[in-house]
Design a protein. Structure first.
Length: 89
């Protein structure tokens, strides 16, 4: 089952770009990532992702994302939700 992740604020655009370069160099999507969007919000920089499974997300977090977030001093806790529907053009 797909899982959604939202980081809403708690980071600057510069921190986002640092993490993105470390975790997904060249904007190459990691295995299991279905969708990634990022941009400014009232609370800071916001990131929304959809992963094909909890396992794929956990593997990426353990191998790359967790360390990149720590290195960028990002302590914001993400929100998770079960994805039951997606639409694309």
């Amino acid at each position: 089952m797909a899982i959604g992740v939202i980081f809403d604020g708690g980071m600057s655009q510069e921190q986002y770009e640092q993490v993105n370069q470390q975790a997904a160099p060249g904007d190459e999507p990691p295995p299991g990532l279905l969708y990634h969007a990022a941009g400014p919000s009232e609370a800071g920089f916001c990131v929304i992702e959809v992963w094909e499974s909890q396992d794929a997300l956990q593997e990426f977090f353990a191998q790359k994302l967790g360390g990149a977030l720590q290195h960028a001093n990002i302590t914001t806790q993400p929100k998770f939700f079960q994805v039951i529907n997606t639409m694309q053009l």
